[in-house]
Design a protein around this ligand. Structure first.
Ligand code: PLP
Length: 395
């Protein structure tokens, strides 16, 4: 029965990671997958995470199932982080949050929920967007469209074109926004532009779905939530898919959440029963360990402060690598202007390298970059900067 099955194409990002692992070049460099690396090229476990785990190990009394939506301490901590303490949305119970396996799990549950309850909706994603968005939404049969975002010529946000695209999107459709640290471009709207987008969303009547996978990697935990919080002031309904893979370094624990916001507490409660139904028929209930770590940290002032400072260190290291990359390319005699890279934020940069250059870097130098030219800046270190920039200068 399986003999007719054709091989699926390799995942553009995780497939690249597999190719990197099997490359025997001792000087290989991986700038593909979006995973934070420290100066030694390791993806460390945060100290706050280790300390929380030690506590959990002594305190944990059962491995019994969590409820479909996850643990209450986690769910309320997520809302405080998204909206800020004492936000109206929390006090009026307008939001309901479910713990999902990572941000991808949240997007997938959101996709099923949309398909079931807004079956006519098209979902609109930015051009370009994270490589998995389209597949996740298409996998439940949703129509996926794209709106203008990136100005390739000027390496900036084409805000006029973005507004023009979004002005065509009708009531009842869904628009996905990257909450901060846009993947893959590293370019976000300014606070004033977020305001205009929120007003437009309210005028057009489309449903915003925020994908918030990098809170704390841009400016700060609160600054990065500005776009999302601006929307809250203008639109009554929203979906938020957030991830703790990056900002807690909990990649393999699969910790994320889907939050639904409605106009009234009753509507939120009712709609949430349908979110839970999507979960029950998918993975039934979430894995506990990662969310227990996050809840322990977010609900303890000491661990929270430690985590926040570790997150700041990661953010600062990435910012420094951006400047060093731009300067080293200049020193190596690269005439092309790469200064835009130091203005972008988050883990990624759209480098402007062409697919041919990306292929040559991989073949001749063992440097792994996604075909679109997206560089995971978090993979840059003082050690790999020289060989990387020399290789780019040569090609
Ligand atoms: N959304 C965006 C924009 C991402 O970049 C990622 C991860 O790379 C995710 C969602 C998924 O995150 P997770 O690994 O928690 O599933």
């Amino acid at each position: 029965m399986f003999e007719h099955i054709q091989a699926a194409p390799a995942d553009p990002i995780l497939g690249l990671n597999d190719a990197y692992k099997s490359d025997l070049n001792p000087n290989k460099i991986n700038l593909g997958v979006g995973v934070y690396k420290d100066e030694q090229g390791n993806t460390p476990i945060l100290k706050a995470v280790k300390q929380a785990e030690e506590r959990l190990l002594t305190q944990e009394k059962t491995k019994s199932y969590l409820s479909i939506e996850g643990a209450p301490a986690y769910r309320s901590a997520v809302q405080k982080l998204l909206f800020g303490n004492d936000h109206n949305i929390i006090n009026k119970q307008l939001a309901q949050t479910a713990h999902t396996p990572g941000g991808t799990g949240a997007l997938r549950v959101a996709a099923e929920f949309i398909k079931k309850h807004l079956p006519e909706a098209t979902i609109w994603v930015s051009n370009p967007t994270w490589a998995n968005h389209q597949s996740v939404f298409q996998s439940v049969g949703l129509e996926v469209g794209s709106y203008a975002y990136y100005d390739a010529k000027n390496k900036s946000l084409d805000f006029e074109a973005m507004l023009a695209s979004l002005s065509q999107i009708p009531e009842g459709d869904v628009v996905l926004f990257h909450g901060c640290c846009h993947n893959p471009t590293g370019i976000d709207p300014t606070p004033e532009q977020w305001y205009q987008l929120a007003k437009l969303s309210s005028k057009q009547g489309f449903l915003p779905l925020f994908d918030f996978a990098y809170q704390g990697f841009g400016q700060s935990l609160n600054d990065d939530a500005k776009g999302l919080r601006t929307f809250l002031e203008h639109v009554p309904e929203m979906l938020i898919a957030n991830s703790f893979s990056k900002n807690f370094g909990l990649y393999n624990e699969r910790v994320g959440a889907l939050t639904i916001i409605c106009e009234t507490a009753e509507q939120a409660e009712t709609a949430f029963t349908q979110v839970k139904r999507c979960i029950r028929t998918n993975y039934s209930n979430p894995p506990s360990h990662g969310s227990a770590i996050v809840a322990e940290i977010l609900n303890d002032p000491e661990l929270y402060a430690l985590w926040e400072s570790e997150l700041k260190d990661m953010r600062i290291r990435i910012h420094e690598m951006r400047s060093l990359f731009v300067n080293t390319l200049r020193v190596k005699g690269v005439s092309q202007d790469f200064s835009f890279i130091s203005q972008q934020q988050g883990m990624f940069s759209f480098s402007g390298l062409t697919p041919d250059q990306v292929t040559q870097l991989r073949k001749d130098y063992g440097i792994y970059i996604v075909g679109s030219g997206r560089i995971s800046v978090a993979g840059l270190t003082h050690d790999n900067m020289e060989p990387l920039c020399s290789a780019i200068a040569e090609i």
